[in-house]
Write a protein that binds this ligand. Structure first.
Ligand SMILES: [Zn+2]
Length: 271
């Protein structure tokens, strides 16, 4: 986990990069690279990395591997480019490269997996660069969480579903929890501080049956929209607020992994 202070510092690096070059979005990382005299190339580099920042004789070059990604304007490719800019704009990363203290290290676009702190920092930079807080608040304020809102973030900032969800969560824009499930078991779970249910299912627990995630692992069809579920099913260890109506929206990442967004169904939103 990055500390609050470190996140704030990295957000400032990203804000400095975007506020100078952009007053609109989606942010174009290529323009930022050009302004900084960072050259870049898209190519087929086998399976070795998604992106790579190289330092050679005082110059920086970003390699983007289209063999593992999609076309340049696609969300995952854009995120990888922004991540590599992170290795440049975060002072400690750039200085270590310039001084030859670290080799050019390959980066992989794996938002839901754990990785080393340097990669987490570059990922956080990418999120801040592509989805600046001030613009996120502008787009999301006075709108309750919904699958439509997540789609709106994706479309507005040209980012992937997972990038949109994690940034929205990071900014604590609405009380919610995110639960990642793999092969019928909980992989990890997290919640905003203001989410009503404090006790979440833990790693290794079975996915509860009467949930949308549970439906998927029990062979039922995928659900397109958010559905109503009950707090007793997802959060049985909470003694208060039993039988609260919740919304659950499942995102199916691959054949055996999903993430569920869960939030309380509110009839009236107050701000
Ligand atoms: Zn990296």
């Amino acid at each position: 986990m990055l500390t609050f202070m470190r996140k704030r510092q990295i957000a400032q690096y990203a804000d400095a990069a975007t506020s100078y070059y952009f007053n609109r979005y989606p942010v174009d990382s290529e323009v930022i690279a050009q302004e900084e005299s960072i050259t870049f190339s898209y190519g087929d580099y086998g399976d070795y990395f998604d992106g790579l920042l190289q330092h050679k004789c005082g110059s920086f070059h970003i390699f983007i591997n289209l063999n593992r990604l999609e076309l340049p304007y696609k969300p995952r490719t854009r995120y990888t480019f922004a991540h590599e800019l992170g290795h440049y704009f975060i002072d400690e990363h750039r200085i270590a490269l310039q001084n030859g203290l670290v080799p050019s290290h390959p980066s992989f676009n794996q938002l839901i997996s754990s990785k080393n702190p340097v990669e987490k920092e570059a990922d956080f930079f990418a999120s801040c660069l592509l989805m600046p807080e001030r613009f996120m608040r502008q787009e999301c304020q006075r709108r309750p969480l919904s699958s439509t809102l997540i789609q709106h973030i994706q479309d507005t900032f040209n980012v992937s579903t997972t990038a949109a969800i994690f940034r929205y969560f990071e900014l604590s824009m609405f009380p919610m929890s995110i639960i990642c499930c793999k092969e019928g078991k909980i992989l990890w779970s997290m919640r905003t501080d203001d989410f009503t249910f404090k006790w979440l299912p833990q790693k290794g627990d079975s996915v509860p049956i009467n949930t949308i995630a549970g439906d998927f692992f029990n062979g039922r069809s995928k659900s397109e929209n958010e559905e109503i579920v009950y707090s007793d099913d997802w959060f049985p260890n909470n003694t208060r607020d039993n039988d609260t109506e919740l919304y659950e929206k499942c995102y199916y990442l691959n054949a055996n992994t999903i993430i569920s967004l869960i939030w309380v169904r509110e009839r009236r939103i107050s701000y």
